[in-house]
Design a protein around this ligand. Structure first.
Ligand SMILES: Cc1ncc(COP(=O)(O)O)c(C=O)c1O
Length: 449
């Protein structure tokens, strides 16, 4: 199915399966309900390719334009209100316009924005993150999760004097580090791929690459690829094998550092050499950071004769750092983070029970406040398992949920925020169970084996 039938008059039932027909019906209802969004979408196309400046924000037939958000609710330009279970792909942990974050930003604004010199908040925030995340002895700030991974990989290549990197097939680490398919925009690092949760494939790759391999980059739970947690043996194996061959182990915790008081590496009890961060840690503003072993990070000390350079005009921008510090220090302390992990696990279990009661081939995976649903008969173990599920199924559920005031990611990802009440969770659970029931027959027929 084309993903770009943007003209309302072109939204026709596609010949063929019932799935296509239902999909077209739901699209037509959606288009009718969102005329202002559609009009803005058409206008935006003249200057933004496909009316888009962040690929993941496009979904068929066209995305709604959001005009404001408060706590766990967003409002679109046609006046619809949604319960926000997208949670800005995990960056929205605090909910929208949290008073503590707004206050921190307002105070930072009043003192001017970029000073051209070190400021007081950068070291405060760095101390906090080093004390919070077990594997982080030293840290550097940057501006996005993509940047944090590019810098961690480049640092690993410089530190080891090696060239190649190993990643998980189907994983996502940023706009130029996208390993689902073959993005022509990816950085030209010599890159090899292993199968997630397949210790044998990892072992063969690492041993055969031997002293060419600079780094293994992995998410301890695959995020964009479907919220699939790693088997502990898989990660332990990576730790042992990288130690054995001298490659660095980098955990991408851009999404998962919200899981528990000290991130997912601590929950697994594994100390990677480097960890990368982003998303919620900027309190809702642009943010990235990478940290880890002091002997690696200290190579960035500008006073050293052999210092590595790391520029970035906005690396220490006071708005992101003030918002990020306030969030981690005043809202999401270690106890709150541990409690939120439990709350997420409890909700995921009850969601899985509710949907499971329908007897359909649907699996819910995830950890804590991050989860995803998959239309497949067997539980998925790797992103590859879920990336072949027909997109029309996700479209049906996504647009139908929006029609009922519930907003989650098109690909089936659900992220909780601290602003959500128990009542909201209950409503979401009941609504999605009803939607799945409505499309039960189609799901049964189109789900992956
Ligand atoms: C695991 C992971 N790493 C890196 C990134 C890139 O972060 P950013 O969008 O801030 O560049 C993302 C973004 O979704 C991500 O999910």
């Amino acid at each position: 199915m084309a993903d770009n039938s943007n003209n309302i008059t072109q939204i026709q039932p596609l010949a063929g399966t019932e799935l296509m027909t239902r999909s077209a019906e739901v699209r037509a209802q959606y288009a009718k309900a969102n005329p202002k969004s559609y009009s803005l979408f058409e206008k935006a196309k003249t200057s933004l390719p496909g009316a888009n400046t962040r690929s993941v924000l496009h979904y068929s037939p066209f995305p709604v334009t959001i005009i404001r958000a408060k706590a766990a609710q967003v409002e679109d330009i046609d006046g619809h209100h949604y319960q926000d279970f997208l949670g800005e792909y995990t960056a929205g942990l605090y909910g929208h316009a949290h008073p503590v974050i707004v206050d921190a930003i307002t105070k930072a604004l009043a003192n001017g924005l970029t000073f051209g010199g070190p400021n007081a908040v950068e070291s405060k925030f760095a101390h906090l993150m080093c004390s919070r995340f077990a594997a982080v002895e030293r840290l550097r700030f940057c501006n996005s999760g993509t940047e944090s991974n590019v810098l961690a990989l480049s640092a690993a290549r410089a530190f080891t004097g090696r060239t190649d990197i190993l990643v998980v097939d189907g994983s996502y680490h940023g706009s130029v580090l996208a390993f689902a398919g073959n993005s022509p925009l990816n950085l030209p690092f010599p890159t090899h791929r292993m199968t997630f949760n397949d210790s044998e494939s990892a072992k063969q790759q690492i041993l055969s690459l031997d002293n060419k391999l600079a780094a293994v980059l992995v998410e301890p739970m695959i995020g964009a690829g479907g919220c699939i947690p790693a088997n502990p043996e898989f990660l332990t194996g990576l730790r042992h094998l990288t130690e054995q061959t001298g490659a660095l182990l980098i955990f991408d915790e851009v999404m998962t550092s919200r899981l528990g008081a000290s991130g997912l590496h601590s929950l697994y009890g594994i100390t990677p050499d480097l960890v990368t961060f982003g998303k919620y840690l900027g309190g809702g503003l642009s943010f990235g950071a990478f940290g880890g072993r002091a002997d690696i990070l200290d190579r960035f000390d500008p006073a050293r004769a052999d210092a590595w350079p790391h520029a970035g005009t906005f690396n220490n921008n006071t708005l992101s750092l003030s918002a990020g510090f306030a969030g981690l220090n005043d809202i999401f302390g270690p106890d709150e983070a541990d409690a939120f992990l439990v709350r997420g696990d409890t909700f995921r279990t009850s969601l899985a029970d509710s949907i499971g009661g329908l007897g359909l081939p649907i699996h819910i995976t995830g950890k804590g406040s991050m989860m995803a649903f998959h239309f497949c008969h067997n539980a998925p173990h790797a992103p590859y398992d879920v990336q072949r599920i027909p997109s029309e199924l996700y479209e049906l559920v996504h647009l139908s949920m929006m029609a009922k005031g519930q907003f989650h990611a098109r690909r089936g990802m659900i992220n909780l925020s601290l602003a959500m009440s128990d009542e909201m969770l209950e409503t979401f659970k009941n609504t999605i169970t009803e939607v799945m029931r409505e499309f039960g027959e189609l799901i049964e027929r189109a789900a992956l084996p």
